[in-house]
Every structure is written in C-alpha cells, then in structure tokens.
Design a protein around this ligand. Sequence first.
Ligand code: GDP
Length: 424
Amino acid sequence: MLTSICGVNWGDEGKGKMVDLLSEDYDIVCRYQGGNNAGHTVINERGKFILNLLPSGILRENVVNVLGAGMVIDIRHLHEEIARLEAAGVSVTPENLKISDKAVITMPYHILLDCLEEDRLADKKFGSTRRGIAPVYADKYMKKAFRMGELLHPDLLYARAKDILEWKNLTLTGVYKHAPVSMEEVIEYFETYGAPLKDYICDTGLLLHEAAKAGKKIMFEAQLGALRDIDYGIYPYTSSSTTIAAYAPIGAGVPHLKLDKSIGIMKAYSTCVGEGPFTAEYFGEKAEELRKAGGEYGAATGRPRRVGPFDVVASSYGIRCQGADEVALTKLDILSIYDEIEVCVAYELDGKIIHEFPYPDLLEKCKPVMRKFKGWHCDISQCRKREELPAEALAYIDFIEKACDCNITYVAVGAERDACIRMK
Ligand code: GDP
C-alpha cells in the first residue's frame, strides 16, 4: 500500500499533523523532495515538534522513516534536528531513520549564495527561506552537487570537492565579490556533520522496494503544496523541487511503483508565505484578524503568512495536480471567528469570469470573485463526529466538496492529533 500526503495549496496546509495522525497504520514514512525549508508542526501527547527534515513518522515508535533520493539535506541542520528530538525523548537511530545515498547535501555555501542573491535582488526578491534550497538544486542539475553516499567514501569525496570548490569560488568571488570558501571549511563540515551519519545512509530504494514487496504500508510525505511546485506552481515564485504526488515514488527511490492513494491536504482558508501572486489576498485589519486566529506565522522562518479566503479556483487546480483521491480539509475551526465566511469562487480576468487556474503570469491581473456563506460562529474544536458539526459548517464543507469536485474524507478542527473528524 503506497499513499501520498501532499499539499493542495501554497503549503502550510497541516500536512505534518495529518501524517502524524494517519501514520499510525503505516510501517514507513518517507520524505521525497525539498529540504529543511519545510516546517511541519506536529502536536501530540509527546509535545510540540517542528520538523524540517525528518518525516513526521519519527514521532511514532515502530515507524521507519526515510529521507529519499529527491531531497536536499543540510547535514548540520539534520544534526541539530536529531539532537532537538533526542533532548525531547524521541530516539533517532539507524533503525528508525534511513537516509538515501542519492540524496543531495546542502552545503554552507548554498545558504550563503541564497542570501547573497536575495540581498542582490532586494525589492525583487523571491521570498526564499534562505536555506540554500534553490542553489543546491541548481548544483544538482549542474551535476556539481555532493550526495550522501559520497560520505561513505571520503577519498573520492575530497578529490571531487577540490574541483567543485574551484568552480564554486568563481561565482562567490567573481559574481558576488565574496571571500572564497576553503577546502578546510568543506572538510570540517563533512567530518563534523557528515561522518556521524554514516550508519544511516543506505540504498533506500532497495529498502522501499523490498518493504513494498513484503506488503508493508508506505506513506510519502510532501513538503509545500501544488502551487509551489517547480513546474506546475506559480513559477518563478515556487520551490525548487517537485511537490506533486506523482513524483513521490521517484523522489523516494521506487520509480517503478505506483501510488495506491493520494490524499490532498487542503486548508479551509488560504495562506501563503513569501512573494508571488495571491489572488484572493486579504490586507490590513481583515488579514490580521485571520492571521492571528490561525496563528499564521511560518514554522520554518517565523515570517507572518499572507492570508485570504478559501480559493476554489486555485484549490481545484491543486487537487487536480495532486490527483487527490481523498482530501483532508484542515483548520476549519479557525473560521469560527466569522459571522459570514467569504469564499473566492472564480477569478475575473480582463472582464471575463474564469474558473480554471490561468497561466501564472496572468494571475497579477486576476481579481477574486467572492461569495458569502453563513458562519457557524461557535467553537467546533471539540467536535469529533460529523453529526456534531453545526449545519453551517456542514454546508460550507459540502459547498467546497462540490465546487472543487473532490472527496473530503477528513476535517481537522484543531492542532492536536485527535482533533480530526472522519467524514466518510
Ligand atoms: P505543514 O507544513 O503543511 O505541516 O503545516 P504547518 O505545520 O506549517 O502549519 C499548520 C499549522 O496549523 C501547525 O501549527 C499545526 O499545528 C496547525 N494545525 C494543523 N491542523 C489544524 C487544525 O485543523 N486546526 C488548527 N487550529 N490548527 C491546525
């Protein structure tokens, strides 16, 4: 059984919470793209955790967690994340964490280049998390990146590092007029943060292949959402990796296997971190009210998130991109603040009403077409069954399900693990 858990929107949909909840029935949870630009928040009986690199299954005993081949791994960050979890009593060992030998290593100079480029762009910046993600993926495709497997062969690694550094320093010194990076710094980085990971590194493709053959249940956990996908998102304001469910078997290391189920995680309203078009955006007090109610501040960066009403046009497109057989609608409880709830049901583009998500460059010209729904205006965070939800909440869910032509099987009404309603 292969299931993917992916974001339908711009990210921060609550994937971490849903993976934490649903992973109970799974043997393996695998991250397959992105890096520590992710910030998955999980609250359960063991405490509150923000996971950047580790799959959310790490909080469950008996679940094996995999960092797949499509990922970029900042080994210093991983070292710190493991230490944080261990301090909180969660053990991370080579038994419950497996790192793909083909995953790429994020180097300190990738972070440096990310910052130098964002600073150079100034008011035209992309809104990068400044964690080196775009530079490291760029190097991957330039075939000048280091992979985790190389840590197992230091002689070969250092010979290659010399050539790569020579090339990288041309950019650092020539383009950005920055001091060059020395070979000593690179070796120290590998030895301090890479060497202790040796026992975790393996061919995770083989591991997943054998697990699938043995009938084990595997869950793929995505980072960000469909609208930040490098190909199908709001390019260039996207992440640098593929956030789409169909990529999960590839990024995980089992390109020959097909997904059995895709679960799309979709927020009951819209949020977005960073730059780029965001058609139904709220501003001023209206935005602050929703941001505050939803606690919409980035888990990875602490940045205030941009907010708006649920967007049928963008979400329908996201559901299609994710091939979502099922949808979990999250944070419905946050809408309890409203007497009337707005939903963006269409866009107006050059005087025409459109229902399909347009070519991203045209989004700047799109205006939201809003429709209002009666709110329920009461606390729903304790509801655990469909029947306990107020009629107005059910009507809101029903409208979204029909408007987006999707199958809402879960509704989340709180951050805690059990604050979730199985709808069907
Ligand atoms: P992810 O990156 O998709 O995992 O999402 P984030 O962790 O960045 O953001 C989701 C935030 O909402 C986290 O703080 C979660 O604890 C919280 N959360 C998730 N689902 C719900 C929900 O249904 N209601 C409320 N109130 N909070 C939720």
